[in-house]
Design a protein around this ligand. Structure first.
Ligand SMILES: *Cc1c(COP(=O)(O)O)cnc(C)c1O
Ligand code: SF4
Length: 458
């Protein structure tokens, strides 16, 4: 029996896999159609509308019915993950938008105000736009990023949305409909030509948005050609996704779910390493029967699921949650991979956790799990010079310091060299850190500045 007929059988036989079968999406204009929301007090609903005018909001009925615990509002982590909260805007910005709404301001007026606020929320952190765009014969490839030698990121144009949105998303600027801010590619041709010419690349990471919102045939257009001999150097095909959380139906019940699993199995059978880079913030996301079935189906294809997620206040800023997240993942055959520090963008003041606290949470959680769950690298900042991990806090000759290392660097030679920053219990990002032990500046700074000069001259 072909392994995927098994999934079909389970899906049709076991109606209790999920109550929800169709992807039904709600945005700000349909907030009041959600019966659970209509029960909330008017000021709370007003606040949600106001925040959703500025930050992306999109949620589907599976998340509402099967992931959120409505007896625990507003603290429920999945509610915080998907629904706008007043604190996500500064009090001034919030009052500004809310008062325009109260005065019955027209859509245009509100939109202008919302845009002003968005521009102040650092829509493109870590110089993503200007600095990492690759060139093909002098043509900018807008839908791609190539920052670290081995890995090319590709943003397919059909994958620039998600089945729901995360309130803390660092790619939020892509969703607010501002074409100017959107990064996306129009065709597979550029991708394939670029990869053919760049033999140093071993990994392609398809990302978004969420590439799993795409139909299987679109995904196949990008991925299947890579089985040809001229792409032998592309060993690993990674797909970044939160669909295992927001729409596990994609792998079980959707009309092209079987085709998707067959596509992945074919890539694996023909020698590629297929890595599903699953975005999970909380163990509750893996708790429904359909989520488990999706994981099982994906693993049957031979793909490996790795998990990565940011540490964010209001959702997962405690060690017990992370320990249980990693234990659940290892139990289900998922490899814990990265814990990220929330980026310096969007509603960051609401979600941020100081680096010192993030490291304590990581340490306390890692102490509770077995070695197979300790594959996860802990709190890492995706900064413009590279991915920097906080390895710990210690004291050297009486000076309290952070021990840091690059996990990825614009220059691969920066990787794995320990360096130190002065301890600061409030620091939340690299910008807040100063070199320690009398050294100035950080070892990579001069070289990074030179790189910036040459990159911005393009
Ligand atoms: C994180 C990241 C990668 C992948 O890094 P790995 O450590 O190989 O997972 C690639 N490109 C960019 C821009 C990244 O931020
Ligand atoms: S799934 Fe990823 S890209 Fe989509 S909203 Fe969440 S963090 Fe952003």
């Amino acid at each position: 029996m072909h392994p995927y007929s098994r999934i079909q059988r389970i899906a049709t036989r076991n109606e209790s896999l999920t109550q929800v079968h169709q992807l039904q999406i709600y945005t700000e204009s349909h907030l009041e159609d959600i019966s659970q929301i209509r029960q909330l007090p008017a000021p709370q609903r007003r606040a949600m509308h106001a925040v959703a005018k500025v930050l992306p909001f999109r949620v589907n009925r599976y998340v509402i019915e099967e992931l959120i615990d409505w007896s625990n509002i507003p603290d429920d982590p999945i509610f915080q993950l998907t629904f706008p909260q007043q604190g996500m805007l500064s009090p001034e910005d919030f009052e500004y938008i809310a008062s325009l709404m109260d005065k019955g301001g027209d859509t245009k007026q509100i939109q202008i105000a919302a845009n002003e606020i968005r521009l102040r929320l650092n829509p493109h952190p870590a110089g993503q736009r200007a600095l990492n765009i690759p060139y093909l014969e002098d043509k900018r490839l807008e839908g791609m990023q190539h920052k670290y030698r081995e890995t090319v990121l590709f943003f397919p144009s059909q994958g620039q949305t998600c089945h729901s949105y995360c309130t803390f998303c660092f790619r939020w600027a892509q969703f607010i409909g501002d074409k100017e801010l959107r990064i996306s590619a129009h065709e597979a041709t550029h991708l394939h030509r670029y990869l053919k010419q760049h033999r140093e690349v071993t990994d392609l990471l398809i990302t978004g948005g969420d590439p799993m919102v795409m139909k299987t045939r679109h995904l196949a257009n990008y991925l299947e050609p890579l089985l040809a001999p001229e792409f032998e150097h592309i060993q690993t095909l990674r797909i970044g996704t939160k669909s295992l959380t927001f729409w596990p139906h994609r792998f079980v019940l959707d009309s092209d779910a079987d085709d998707l699993l067959r596509l992945l199995a074919k890539l694996v059978d023909q020698g590629k390493h297929v890595a599903i880079m699953a975005h999970y913030n909380h163990w509750r996301e893996m708790d429904t029967p359909i989520a488990r079935e999706a994981i099982r189906g994906l693993r049957d294809t031979g793909a490996i699921i790795r998990s990565q997620s940011p540490l964010v206040a209001h959702i997962n800023d405690d060690a017990a949650t992370w320990a249980r997240l990693w234990k659940t993942q290892v139990h289900l055959g998922i490899v814990p991979y990265y814990m990220f520090v929330e980026r310096d963008t969007g509603a960051r003041h609401y979600f941020q956790v100081p680096l010192a606290r993030a490291w304590e949470i990581y340490r306390d959680a890692i102490q509770q799990v077995s070695g197979v769950a300790r594959t996860v690298r802990g709190p890492s900042m995706s900064t413009s010079p590279g991915k920097i991990e906080v390895q710990g806090v210690t004291e050297i000759y009486g000076e309290k310091v952070f021990v840091l290392r690059f996990i990825q660097g614009r220059n691969p030679e920066w990787v794995q060299r320990p360096f130190f920053a002065r301890y600061d219990e409030r620091a939340t990002w690299l910008d807040d850190l100063q070199p320690a032990l009398g050294t100035q500046p950080f070892f990579f700074q001069a070289e990074y500045d030179t790189m910036l000069d040459s990159l911005t001259q393009h």
